[in-house]
Design a protein around this ligand. Sequence first.
Ligand code: PEP
Ligand code: MN
Length: 333
Amino acid sequence: MIAILKQGTTPQQTQHLVNWLKNMNLDVHISEGAEVTVLGLIGDTSRVDMELLKSLEMVETVKRVSEPFKQANRKFHPKDTIVEVGHARIGGGYFAMIAGPCSVESEEQIIEVAQAVKEAGADILRGGAFKPRTSPYAFQGMKNEGIQLLLKAKEATGLPIVTEIMNISTLDLFADVDIIQVGARNMQNFDLLKELGKTKKPVLLKRGLANTLQELLMSAEYIMSEGNENVILCERGIRTFETYTRNTLDLSAVPVLHNLTHLPVVIDPSHATGKADLVAPMAFAATAAGADGIMVEVHNNPACALCDGAQSLTPPQFEELNRKVQQIREVIA
Ligand code: PEP
Ligand code: MN
């Protein structure tokens, strides 16, 4: 339930009302806009007398919202959230191109790719150090060493970095990481989400392979309800009966999420398609659909990549993709 307060309501009146609502065992999320203040009532609102609330002098309107996500809900927070990392901004009209290898493999590899994607116009460097692999026998990532190498690449290029966390016990290693990624497989690892919510670090939350958009938003809610509002949502394809592509990119997620939430929405066409030649067309479509960013895998030698070589672009392919994405952005602006 949300209560929109009348213009001119004083902070004392607002506080009085908030205390009254809290006495009903509700949590109250206050969103102060330039013109109006919106109160989001969190908890069991079934016993709140809507008519009584509406009748209060400072209350303009009261609405029941059926969605169970509150903090991520655009109704409570109409303005787009803009997540800022280094010189990059995502959301609210700002767009970020995130690029880099699936996994950090060596110092030479990550520095070379970082420099190439920076030169081609990337805003943020990606690279996995802790890798969630389907097989326990597959390359599991360079772990701590991988993070140290990403930090070197950050220092060499100035690009902010995003890398995946799999277990909260490793959180200390992420102190200088700019964006912590929660991968598709951990989207509903609620303990992990809650702990990340206690940090102020931006979190890139990827949609699970078989999760609905509402479930994605509820996972964002886990992070936000602990106090961290820096959440970026990422659609990376979902599992359907189609087998030609690695997953099926749900592009409608972009406008649907933009309607439902103020959080930025990024598309990952690499994991969505699994095929390098499909990455650019899907990145173009995602840009045209209004995505706030694109995340793509780029490798200096895809044929020898330790992970996801088939979907990795070469630096020149990435340069062309980025150039065209920027052109599309200008057309739709
Ligand atoms: C990744 O981005 O490195 C990754 C493993 O992606 P996902 O969690 O979407 O499979
Ligand atoms: Mn990958």
